[in-house]
Design a protein around this ligand. Structure first.
Ligand code: TMP
Ligand code: ASP
Length: 231
């Protein structure tokens, strides 16, 4: 299979002209790749979690790249031109939001916050606006408006789906790609690496913050997320 792209935690291979195979590896990293480890079994768990969440989005009419799961740690997806933006949606203030703005940790936001960041570790994924994105040749106002509408719909769908499984969706990141007709699709992954998940009853952290903050039991919590959403 032809290798198309190797990222920090996933590898993308060409399947055919219009499809790719995305392999979820056991690599984990944080802080622009400065902290790195291998966590056995993470790739398979994340491929399964991403598949379940993309299936839920597809069922609800959101255009996504996801086609099917491939045992044990891969998915087949539409081949798209990726937009180098990280689109973040937040329901509760925490993480980088409280480092940059005077929000109190763990406060429920009056309405979700959507942020666009440039996907570029060299610049530490800085927040970006329509004019900067346009001048960099990355996106434009109309497309960013559409991405904002889609991520807010995704937020409503996943927030409800996860809450019913005992998980609070604190915040998450999406990446988008375009097909030859410039139609937008939610792409990449939706996993505990790219979302903040808290236990609905205890507020325990069930996502990559366990790794970032050396809280331990990373794989055990990822496995628990998978168990709950599989039920
Ligand atoms: P932040 O609070 O660190 O900005 O993170 C917001 C959300 O984005 C959180 O759910 C984790 C996710 N995220 C990524 O998926 N990739 C990244 O590189 C970063 C920094 C955050
Ligand atoms: N995924 C990013 C990295 O590996 C950062 C993060 O999620 O904290 O650097």
């Amino acid at each position: 299979m032809k290798l198309l792209y190797r990222g920090k935690a996933k590898t993308v291979y060409e399947l055919d002209k219009n499809h790719v195979i995305i392999e979820f590896r056991d690599d984990i990293s944080a802080f622009d790749g400065k902290k790195k480890d291998v966590i056995a079994g993470k790739g398979e768990i994340n491929a399964r979690i991403s598949s379940i969440l993309f299936e839920e989005l597809n069922r609800n009419g959101i255009p996504t790249h996801y086609i099917k799961f491939e045992e044990p740690n891969k998915i087949i997806a539409k081949r798209l031109e990726m937009i180098p933006l990280e689109v973040i949606c937040r329901n509760i203030a925490t993480g980088s939001l409280i480092r940059r703005f005077p929000f109190k940790d763990k406060t429920v936001l009056k309405k979700p916050i959507v942020e666009f960041c440039l996907k570029d570790d060299r610049y530490h994924d800085p927040m970006i606006n329509e004019d900067i994105a346009y001048n960099l040749g990355i996106s434009n106002e109309d497309e960013m408006k559409k991405m904002k509408e889609i991520i807010l719909r995704v937020n409503d769908i996943l927030k409800k789906f996860l809450y019913d499984k005992g998980i609070i969706l604190v915040d998450f990141k999406l990446e988008f790609g375009k097909d030859k007709n410039n139609k937008l699709y939610v792409a990449d992954e939706i996993t505990p690496d790219t979302c903040r998940f808290w236990d609905r009853e205890t507020r325990e952290v069930m996502d990559k913050d366990r790794y970032r903050k050396d809280m331990g039991n990373v794989i055990e919590y990822y496995r628990e997320v998978l168990r709950r959403i599989s039920a």
